[in-house]
Design a protein around this ligand. Structure first.
Ligand code: CTP
Length: 402
């Protein structure tokens, strides 16, 4: 319920993607938001006020001069207690109006009359690829961004008109993820954050290997939370089934050595490195190039292991390392063992958790351990914990000397 108690004005303009706004209204409410729909006349060609009213439980307004709105001042009243105006879909024409400050209908008047600090403007464009790429539209979008609006998407792909390219409305759940991100404090704005996540897979032969039960959820949550906080995020991921958080650059790897190569290529330019991956400590010395057959006598099947590189220790040992954060999954004496790893790998911060919580669970209790102190982060879901860790990293960054 990341949008609990948030009041969101959902502006719908006249494009075929308006049908997705109906689902979007529901998905925003799933996160606890109160949704107030406002439609342009163009939107009425695609969706109806009754449908939006049924979906949100609030009358959908269209007219600037609506007798139901107090003192005939709908454009003022509607926005005063709203936390965001989300225009989805936003047509090329409506974006042009916003950029110019035109206000000839209710929605554009609300956009101009809202208090910009307390009611953010979020715009999700949807239009034909040529309209999106037209210099006039691009100019208008830059103007909106300079005025403080957040542009969500658009996505590229098949378009309703039959053409292919940029200009598709983001999917409702992607828009919801962006709206949630817009409300998070931008404590890592302008920072580069590198994250490892998931297990590694060390081959024994072409079909078999050694891995572990790490789901990758915590690492993906850290990547998402860092991006929400304004950072440019690179996520180096072992094999997982998780979707990439929006706006995060993901590099897929399989083995520990591949993970190390990907990390080392980005570590020097990162401000922060968070090692969440459950990296295999050993790998088979010589994976068989051919599949090992069942008919091979058991005594002939011997696996010799060699240690894998310690990626986190290697990054922390760089001449000018980023702020390095480790994770320590322990079954006993959490703080003591975490602090030993902190010292061994020369880290400013390590996050200790119980091994049974660390693997696959959706929530966990964490302990932040540094040289001197340990702070418990009470049990919460992994995204909430990730936001707390990101805030802690951001608070420590200014005092960190590379
Ligand atoms: N790590 C790493 N590369 C490795 C091993 C671990 O980057 N080859 C990172 C993990 O991502 C995590 C931290 O180091 O941030 C875990 O430290 P480690 O001492 O390796 O923990 P365990 O493998 O759990 O060690 P032990 O079995 O001794 O508890």
């Amino acid at each position: 319920m990341d949008l609990r108690d948030r009041k969101i004005l959902l502006g719908i303009t006249g494009g075929v993607a308006a049908y997705k706004a109906c689902d979007l209204a529901r998905r925003l409410q799933d996160q606890g938001a109160q949704v107030q729909p406002i439609l342009t006349h163009g939107a009425l060609h695609f969706v109806t006020p009754i449908m939006l009213q049924a979906l949100t439980g609030r009358p959908a307004y269209v007219e600037l001069w609506d007798e139901r709105l107090d003192q005939a001042m709908g454009h003022i009243m509607l926005s005063r207690d709203a936390h965001a105006l989300l225009v989805a879909p936003a047509t090329a024409h409506f974006i042009a109006k916003l950029a110019q400050g035109l206000c000839d209908d209710l929605l554009s008047s609300v956009a101009l009359a809202r208090q910009r600090e307390s009611c953010r403007l979020l715009v999700a464009p949807a239009m034909n690829v040529e309209m999106w790429e037209h210099p006039a539209t691009q100019r208008n979008v830059r103007t909106l961004e300079a005025d403080g609006a957040v542009i969500l998407g658009p996505a590229a792909g098949d378009q309703a008109c039959g053409e292919v390219g940029s200009g598709r409305l983001l999917e409702p759940l992607e828009i919801v993820e962006e709206v949630i991100a817009a409300f998070q404090p931008k404590c890592l704005q302008g920072r580069r954050v590198l994250v490892t996540a998931g297990p590694t897979f060390e081959p024994i032969d072409p079909v078999r290997g050694i891995t572990n039960r790490s789901s990758g959820k915590m690492g993906y949550a850290i990547a998402r939370a860092a991006r929400e906080a304004g950072a440019e995020v690179t996520l180096v991921s072992g094999p997982t089934r998780l979707p990439t958080p929006r706006g995060v650059r993901r590099l897929d790897v399989t083995t520990a050595r591949e993970m190390q190569d990907a990390v080392m290529a980005h570590a020097a330019s990162a401000d922060v490195f968070v090692a969440v991956a459950a990296v295999a400590d050993w790998r088979a010395e010589q994976p068989s190039p051919a599949k090992l057959k069942k008919s091979t006598p058991a005594e002939a099947v011997t696996l010799r292991f060699v240690p894998n590189p310690d990626i986190l220790a290697a990054v922390a040992a760089l001449p000018s390392p980023p702020f390095c954060v480790g994770f320590a999954a322990e079954t006993e004496r959490l703080v003591e063992q975490a602090r030993a790893k902190l010292a061994a790998k020369r880290l400013p911060l390590i996050v200790a958790n119980r091994a049974e919580d660390a693997i696959g669970a959706d929530d966990s209790e964490l302990i932040l351990v540094d040289e001197r102190s340990s702070v418990t982060l009470p049990r919460a879901d992994k995204l909430e914990q990730a936001r707390r860790i990101v805030a802690e990293i951001a608070a420590r960054l200014p005092a960190f000397n590379r």
